[in-house]
Design a protein around this ligand. Structure first.
Ligand code: R5P
Length: 344
């Protein structure tokens, strides 16, 4: 009997049903900055590993002070840090912690350094929209690359081109569609229309629709044409497509002030949508975004934990962890396996 079970396990493993997520600390070590430790612990749990011992503290004036307690010489290092803010540090603190952690590992003779950046901040500044402005998404990329990062694993970059801002290193841009789709497949949605809240997000919405189709869930596509009066202020929105009697699912990478999402949901309702759901990968949620969501027409907003939630979650918000997705990507990178199916 034992032999049959063993043979079955080997067969399932080779069929790709079980993946080899062994992560041995003889070869590789996981570390976390302070931006989102809870997620880092989820990743470590998936890998049956523990987080390396890194003391990341502050001097009295706010300067960052780091000490790594493990020997990292000749090891593959995976540094997990979203470049986001949380209740005790700013986006810039998180960026700087990541930079200094990379430099520390480099000087301590790590063999390779993979920056695992679940939320890549500064991504929205991805081109010169006028004269004399930075392309911050590219500038952060050059900073990390020149610091000594050998690979980046990230989730749902604001735009795919950011991968090219890293000149000579691979960037694995994962998308958590599987976890979103398995969430929605239990909901018996009818007459589904996948909606992008702006022109820039149509590609993401289309990909989501393709993933639904792979699960035999049919849907239509619509988009909203959005005008901004200034950064963070949406002035007008017009629907392109039909959502009459539909269960609409708005897809976006980021919800920041909540303006785009809440206004888009309202427009869909005004155009006859039966129910409006939303899928947001990165819950930046600044200012009173959570209140706006709570008091909106949104039936449900599904987010991930790439950024820790600040404040009380409204009843119409569900959060799904990307810990397993990241853990699986790390395991595959470490074992030299393909990660491309995790891009979907
Ligand atoms: C913009 O291109 C992004 O995809 C989001 O739509 C935007 O960042 C959301 O911002 P807010 O919540 O402030 O309207």
């Amino acid at each position: 009997m034992k032999r049959i079970v063993l043979i079955l396990c080997i067969l399932l493993f080779h069929a790709g049903i079980y993946s080899n997520n062994d992560f041995t600390d003889e070869m590789a070590l996981l570390f976390s900055g302070n931006a989102n430790r809870t997620l880092s612990e989820e990743v470590a749990k998936y890998l049956n590993a523990s987080l390396g011992s890194a003391v990341v503290e502050r001097f009295k004036d706010g300067e960052i002070k780091i000490h790594i307690n493990n020997n990292v010489r000749n090891k593959d290092i995976f540094l997990i840090q979203s470049t986001c803010n949380n209740s005790s540090q700013s986006v810039n603190d998180s960026v700087m912690e990541l930079y200094l952690l990379v430099r520390t590992m480099k000087r301590a003779s790590a063999k390779s350094i993979t920056a695992v950046i679940p939320y890549y901040g500064y991504a929205r500044q991805d081109r010169k929209v006028s004269g004399r402005v930075p392309i911050s998404a590219a500038d952060i990329a050059s900073m990390l690359e020149s610091a000594g990062v050998d690979r980046v694993i990230t989730i749902d970059l604001h735009c795919g081109q950011i991968q090219g801002f890293f000149r000579d290193i691979p960037v694995d841009n994962l998308y958590p569609s599987n976890i979103f789709i398995s969430h929605f497949s239990k909901k018996n949605l009818e007459n589904i229309v996948v909606v992008s809240p702006d022109a820039g997000g149509v590609g993401r919405a289309k990909k989501f629709q393709e993933q639904l189709k792979k699960q035999n869930i049919q849907s239509d596509l619509a988009m909203i044409s959005k005008q901004r009066a200034q950064a963070g202020v949406v002035s007008s929105m017009n629907l392109i497509g039909d959502v009459e009697d539909a269960d609409a699912i708005l897809i976006d990478d980021i919800c920041d002030s909540g303006g785009t999402l809440v206004k888009a949901a309202q427009v869909l309702k005004e155009n006859g949508a039966r129910r409006v759901f939303a899928v947001i990968t990165h819950p930046v949620f600044s200012a009173n975004a959570l209140d706006l969501i709570e008091n909106s027409v949104l039936e449900e907003i599904v987010i991930t934990d790439t950024i820790p939630l600040r404040g009380k979650a409204p009843l119409n918000l569900s959060c799904i962890s990307v810990g397993e997705l990241l853990g699986e990507a790390i395991s595959r990178v470490q074992n030299g396996e393909s990660v491309s199916e995790l891009f979907q």
